[in-house]
Design a binder for this molecule. Structure first.
Ligand SMILES: [Zn+2]
Length: 282
């Protein structure tokens, strides 16, 4: 092979990076609105997500919902859809580009194209203290996908049925009253709630380490539109060592949905879908 290394190779590597997307051009996050909503919040529903399983929940626009670590160190995999249109769903890749690889209070979860609008805004995160550790790791990532039986079969040659992908598939099928194959096509890349991850500094491989989440920790969201959610309590438990098996202690998670008083929202309206013309140059 021809060696194409230029003389200025080191200079190329030394070029300073620029952030791809200007977050200062996104709609401002009105923290006072969300604080006002939080002050009026009352619990209206609660669902327990069993270990190695998933449950669905609904949150209407203007409501808040929390994912709570209730017993032990446990990671959750979250899917979100427009309650009225499953084609509009959480878009982890664009959220990663518009926000960051790991999300916390003040960040938004964006929807798929052509909607491309905030589905939810994170209003509170008790793991906000963690920051970024010496390995580049942090919590609540949008870089991983979800543990799934196909990758597990590829790597280990066995069928395991309680990966987050399968858990989310069963939960959505039960909610919609459809078969598993119909539900599976709507399952998508997740927000890895409480999971502590990053890329290794030397080889840029995806890594995980034990979640710092303890009983009582939670992450809280404001529903920007009517949402259907599904949460899986990952078979990896705290995701310190393995996933896609029954070897790790695994604990339940709770999802709590809170009503807010309309006058606390000060005339707030759900965000509109993208106004791009969709003519794509024709
Ligand atoms: Zn998982």
């Amino acid at each position: 092979m021809t060696d194409r290394t230029p003389e200025e190779a080191d200079a190329c590597r030394a070029v300073k990076p620029v952030v791809c997307y200007r977050s200062d051009r996104l709609p401002a996050v009105d923290l006072s609105l969300y604080e006002s909503a939080r002050e009026s919040m009352t619990l209206v529903s609660e669902v327990t997500v069993a270990p190695r399983d998933a449950s669905t929940f609904e949150a209407r626009a203007g409501q808040l919902f929390r994912i709570v670590c209730v017993e032990g160190h446990q990671v959750g995999d979250l899917n979100l859809w427009n309650l009225h249109d499953l084609a509009e769903r959480f878009y982890s890749g664009k959220t990663r580009q518009l926000q960051a690889s790991h999300v916390t209070a003040g960040d938004r979860l964006w929807s798929s194209m052509p909607g491309l609008r905030p589905l939810a805004t994170i209003t509170h995160d008790t793991l906000g203290w963690y920051g970024i550790d010496e390995y580049g790791g942090s919590v609540h990532d949008v870089i991983g996908t979800r543990c799934d039986p196909y990758t597990n079969h590829q790597l280990n040659g066995v069928d395991y049925h309680y990966c987050c992908h399968s858990n989310l598939t069963r939960a959505l099928a039960d909610h919609k009253g459809c078969d598993l194959q119909q539900a599976e096509q709507h399952v998508h890349d997740v927000l890895n709630v409480f999971m502590c991850t990053g890329f290794t500094l030397d080889t840029h491989q995806y890594f995980m380490k034990a979640t710092p989440a303890r009983a009582g920790d939670y992450i809280e969201f404001f529903a920007e539109i009517d949402l259907l959610g599904a949460l899986s309590a990952c078979p990896g438990g705290n995701c310190a060592s393995s996933h896609s098996d029954d070897d790790t202690p695994c604990y339940p998670l709770h999802v709590q949905v809170f009503e807010t008083k309309p006058d606390a929202l000060h005339g707030w309206q759900p965000p509109e879908r993208s106004r791009y013309s969709r003519t794509h140059g024709r």
